[in-house]
Structure formats: C-alpha cells, structure tokens
Design a protein around this ligand. Structure first.
Ligand code: AGP
Length: 604
C-alpha cells in the first residue's frame, strides 16, 4: 500500500524525503513522487517506477527547500502512470494520499471539479476540493473537505502560500508523527520515522495536524488543542535494515528464534502463561464457549494452527474466518464467543472491519498484533503484542511463528482458567513452547539441504503441498509463501483429498512437498505419497523419520526432530519458508518486494 512521508525543519528536505521513501518501499508500490516548498513555490517531481527513478529525476536539482512531502503509490484508482502518481497539485494545494475515497466521482459532479482534474485518481479530487474551499484559511478548507469525504484517507497537504508548514489528517489509513531538533516528521509507519526519534505518536483520527519547524500542533475539528499520547519504539533502526543478509526475508527467517523468545518469555511466570502485563484478565477466558479467529493471509494461517491446539487439547470449538468474507456476511457471533484477531501490521482494513463487526455483536476481542499502537490494536478490547520487531519483507515469516506462539499462549491460559488442563500439563506445554526457538535453530542448521530442493522446484509451473491435520494447515501457509514470492502456482491439499480430483494434475516431475509429521496419520499420508510417486511426481518428504531413502516414497527427505504433534509446526514452518525463499532467489526475483503485493493491505 501507499507510503507517505512529510518533513519540515532546519535541514534540506529532499534527501530526507528520498530516504524516507526508500524505507517505505517494502509497503509495495509502483510510482514515487515528492513535492518541495520553498520561497512561495512548490516543485513537484513524480514518475512511475522505483524510488531510484525519482532520485534520478531530482539528481541535478539542488533544492534548499526544508519543507516537503513524498509518496510511494500502490495503484488503486487509475493506471500506473506519471500523471496518476502523487503528489497531486491543484491551484494552491499539493497533497499526497493513502486510502480510498469512496465518493470521489460524486464529489466531482457535486462541486463541478471536472475542469480541475487531469488524472484518474480519487486523490486528485481531494486536492481539487481543497483548492475549491481554500480562501486563505487552511484549517477551514481542510475541515470542509474532510466533511465531504467518505472513505479511508491519510492526507499530507502543503499550501503554496503557507511557507514551512505541512498539514495532515487521517481516517482509518495509518500515519504516525514525531518532532525532534531537526524538525517535524510524519509518515505511514515507524520505519521512516525511527531514525529521527524513538518517541512518536499515532495521528488521532479526524484531528488536524500542523507540522512546522518548531513542532506539531494537534487539534480536533472544533479547534481544541490536543496533546497526543506519546509511544516509544521498542526496536532500533538496525532492525529495519538488512544487516548483511541478501534479503530482509532471509534475515527475518533467521530472527524467528529471538522473536519467539521476546514474545513468549515475558509472558511466563512460574512456568505458566501470564498475561498480567498485557492487562488480559482471566475472566476474558472464563465465559467463552467458542472461539472465532479472524484474519487475512498468513495471519489467518497462524490462527488455523492455533485452532488445532485449542480444539485438540481443550475441546473448545474454533471457527477460522477469512476477514474479507466475515465482514460482509451476517456472522453467528455473540458474547459467548471470544474473537481472536491476528494482524502483523495492525492496519489490514478487512481485518479491522471484521473486528468492529465482532465487537458490535457483543464478542470480546483479543488482537495479536506486531505493530504497537496500530489501528487494530487500538480498536481491540485486549492486545497481545508480538515482539518480532519490524517485518519488512512482504512475505510474512517471523510474524507467522510469533502469531502461532501467541495462539499457543492463549490456548494454554484458556485451558488453565477453564480448568480443562492442570498446572502440571500447562507447565509441560509451556516448556515445549519455550523450546520452540531451539527447534527453529536446529532446523535452520539444515538450510543447505533445503536450498538444493529449490533448484528442482524453480523450473516448475505448479507445485503441491500435501498433509493431514496440522500438516494440511501448514501446507496452506507453505503454498501461499511459494506463490507470493516465486510466482509458481502452488496449491495445498489435504492428502486424503488427492483421489477426489487433484491427482489428475500429478504428472512426471511435478513437485509434491509432503508433510508427514503427525504420527497418528503418518501411514495414511505415506500411502497418499506412494500414489503420487507412482504417477511420476518429484516428492519431498518432511517427517520425523531418521532417514527415508525408498524411491517409491520420495526423492528427497527432510528430517525434523522428534516432537509432540503441536510443536512440529515450528520446524515445518521454517522448512516451508526456506523452500519458498530459495526458490524465489534461484529465479532471480525480488524476494522482498514481489510483484503486485503490498506489505499491509490498508485499502479494500
Ligand atoms: C503474508 O506473507 C502476506 N504478505 C499476507 O498474506 C499477509 O499475511 C496478510 O496481508 C495479512 O497482513 P497482516 O498480518 O498485516 O494483517
């Protein structure tokens, strides 16, 4: 999704804007632009392509402007063209926008803006409306404009005749801000802010910010001055840099042991799960008769792993819902259901709206979120923050395993509170969870063996992941990982389903990654594997067997340590992440920034 950065202060703004846009590239985009305000004039430079292209466009310009805004655009309304790139200028106004204005077409008609519009975007309509309302008072014009808008927006605005000032306002779309000795900075997320200050605030919705060299003035639409709630970043700028790895994704795969330790260890007291510091009272679990998990993509897959533990161990029903489906149906949910929302970014619009729907039906909501102070965190009744640090690669890895860990913490706590498990069982369970980082480290030692598999898979058009029970759930995440960064059409199938159609797709050399870590169905999976092997598939078997060299079963065997069934997830997750990573790298693709994808889907 779009990236926004604004700076006004004592230093030249150009390089600050450019480096901020570079830090925001991971959000996914197709165009980049900036606007610099100096001496009563705003210069706008923008074009399709990477930030590198924008740098070239501005290379010869020696701007001394100390006030500017920058934008990376992920196209929603209108194609990928220079004209549709941001910033958009109209008369005295220049602005950048992240979000979707639902009623932009009506606004063009209602306010007769067509003569002012040259692009296909909803954002330019906002600039035209602002310019229409602007008669010298920026706050009045902004108030009138946002009253007319319907939809999500994070806006940074400059007025040509107001030197040194940036105005901002948001609804749903994220923005954070801070000020320091060098000036005032505002951005879509912390990765572009953290080099200036570790203290920041989340821009409150429908408040008008005025950024100047001296600081940031925050006011309600009624003009009341507000002191924003300051937060502190719990990671440093190095966390948002590659640190010698070729791609962020590989760095983040290797960060998983520490991410899990940082997420789990602070929530263990006397060997038992403890949510005291999270402010989650036992009563939250006492009354719940069932659990509804709502999320998107990988976060949803993490919730599905948690479902296995809650249902298998606690016998409490769990339904996992795709957020974009849940929010538009009439869900069967009430106060007897505990809703667990998972989101790395805490800004996924479908997950946010599903959360609001669940709350409106009386269900208590716990969110598992990786970004402090994010919208989903703020809208939830309770938040279980994961401490994975910033996840820059679009393909989620460490966020997934810490989300799984958080689900296991909740499952163990719920079982204890409801008297379904005793302390002895809980302590054994927690000891295994605390051992998860070691499982991952042991699996990472096998990375080279896994890398060789990628060389076989990279030439394929299709790939299949099969398994039963938890292994089927892991296959869903595996297929998504491979699809989203290698562009190979990967599918996950319950191994028992193969004969009901899919096996028709198995031909000579088609790669099938078979997960057989669940001992209770091991033989069943092996017989499914024999069926695909007999039809020429290239089979990679992942299991706890010491060694499997029977050519009738597999071409490659990846061994995982002997583990209790629920904890195999930590080993298979890493194997599946590495298969996807090495396949994408072997294909020479941009592993961190796959085509068409954004890190956080903040618009529908
Ligand atoms: C993960 O590899 C994907 N990039 C995507 O499915 C992601 O998990 C999904 O968009 C949810 O994002 P969130 O966790 O920030 O809500």
């Amino acid at each position: 999704m779009c990236g926004i950065i604004g700076f006004t202060g004592t230093r030249p703004a150009k390089d600050i804007i450019i480096s901020g846009l570079e830090r925001l590239e991971y959000r996914g985009y197709d165009s980049a632009g900036m606007a610099l305000l100096a001496d009563g004039n705003i210069t706008v430079k923008k074009r399709t392509g990477k930030v590198e292209e924008l740098k070239k466009l501005c290379a010869t310009d020696e701007y001394m402007a100390t006030c500017g805004i920058g934008h990376t655009r992920w196209a929603t309304h209108g194609g990928v063209t220079d004209v549709n790139a941001h910033p958009h200028r109209c008369g005295q106004v220049v602005l950048i926008h992240n979000g979707i204005i639902e009623n932009y077409r009506q606004l063009v008609v209602e306010y007769g803006l067509s003569g002012k519009i040259i692009s296909e975007t909803d954002s330019e309509v906002v600039a035209a409306l602002l310019d229409t309302f602007y008669e010298g008072d920026p706050v009045a014009a902004i108030k009138k404009t946002v009253k007319a808008l319907s939809g999500a927006f994070a806006l940074c605005i400059m007025f040509q005749d107001i030197p040194g000032k940036i105005f901002a306002i948001r609804n749903v779309s994220p923005m954070v801000a801070t000020s320091c000795d060098e000036g005032s900075i505002i951005a879509s997320d912390l990765t572009a802010l953290v080099e200036f200050s570790k203290d920041y605030f989340v821009v409150p919705e429908y408040h008008i910010l005025t950024l100047s060299e001296e600081g940031i003035d925050v006011r309600t639409l009624k003009g009341e001055k507000v002191e924003p709630q300051m937060l502190t970043v719990n990671w440093d700028i190095k966390s948002a840099q590659k640190g010698g790895y070729p791609f962020f994704m590989l760095k983040e795969i290797y960060e998983q042991p520490d991410s899990i330790r940082n997420t789990v260890t602070p929530r263990v007291a006397n060997g038992l799960p403890d949510f005291t510091t999270d402010g989650i009272d036992d009563s939250v679990f006492e009354g719940c008769k069932r659990v509804v998990v709502v999320a998107c993509g990988t976060a949803m897959h993490a919730g599905m792993v948690g479902k296995h533990v809650i249902e298998d161990v606690l016998r409490i029903p769990v339904q996992v819902e795709i957020a974009s489906e849940f929010r538009y149906k009439d869900p069967i949910i009430d106060s007897e259901a505990l809703t667990i929302v998972l989101s790395q970014s805490g800004e996924t619009i479908d997950t946010l709206e599903a959360l609001k729907l669940a709350k409106s039906r009386g269900s208590k909501v716990i969110s598992i979120v990786n970004v402090k102070g994010s919208t989903i965190a703020r809208e939830s009744d309770y938040v279980l923050y994961t401490h994975a640090g910033p996840e820059i690669a679009v393909a989620s890895t460490k966020a997934y395993t810490v989300q799984v860990s958080a689900m296991y913490l909740i499952a163990c706590k719920m079982g204890l509170v409801k008297g379904i498990i005793d302390e002895d069982y809980a302590k054994k369970f927690m000891a295994k969870l605390l051992n998860a980082p070691n499982i991952i480290e042991e699996t990472l030692d096998n990375a080279n063996n896994i890398k060789r598999i990628a060389n076989h898979i990279k030439l394929s058009q299709d790939a299949f992941y099969i398994g039963r029970g938890l292994d089927y759930t892991m296959s869903l995440e595996a297929a998504l990982k491979l699809k989203e960064i290698s562009y190979i059409h990967a599918e996950a199938y319950a191994a028992g389903e193969l004969k009901h159609g899919t096996i028709a797709l198995i031909a000579e050399n088609v790669p099938v990654i078979a997960l057989a870590t669940q001992e209770d169905v091991y033989e069943k999976v092996i017989s499914n594997i024999r069926e695909v092997k007999a039809r020429g598939a290239y089979v990679v078997l992942v299991s706890m067997d010491e060694k499997v060299d029977d050519p009738a079963i597999c071409d490659k065997h990846i061994r995982i340590p002997k583990l209790d069934k629920e904890f195999t997830a930590f080993a298979t997750a890493v194997i599946l992440q590495l298969i996807a990573y090495y396949t994408s790298e072997a294909k020479g693709l941009d592993v961190d920034k796959p085509r068409n994808l954004a890190k956080s889907v903040t618009v529908e």
